[in-house]
Design a protein around this ligand. Sequence first.
Ligand code: CMP
Length: 141
Amino acid sequence: AVERTFVMIKPDAVKRGLVGEIIARFERKGLKIKALKMKWLTREEAEKLYEVHRGKPFFEELVEFITSGPVVAMILEGDSAVEVVRLMIGPTDGRKAPPGTIRGDFALDIGANVIHASDSKESFEREYKVFFSDNEIVGDY
Ligand code: CMP
């Protein structure tokens, strides 16, 4: 079924100039960009985005990192988009992510791991709203 998912290119990847290369992979795969934005998150926005991790030992480090520079957020659409994008980005730890995945090819850390993508339809519904209002999602094209 056609789904939407939320993707965020993290500050490490923006600083390293990997934005174009990462977006190109999603385009080549056949996923459709439905919304796209560059934004420097506030602490409040970062805590909201990652609220499910509040209380975990790495939460403070995570919020510091994700607010350390601008990120590039997007909504992607396509068949089984949530699962497909998670497969494309690979496991959280860049050291364990297989070559060929985005983290496998570009990340060597668990915190500075280049990219985030929703892990479920429910996460997508919560996460995209931190960046986008519904009128910023383009219609069919
Ligand atoms: P992400 O997919 O954005 O979802 C939550 C993030 O928390 C995850 O990627 C990692 O970047 C980060 N994270 C998870 N575990 C750790 C950890 N042990 N130390 C630092 N950051 C972590």
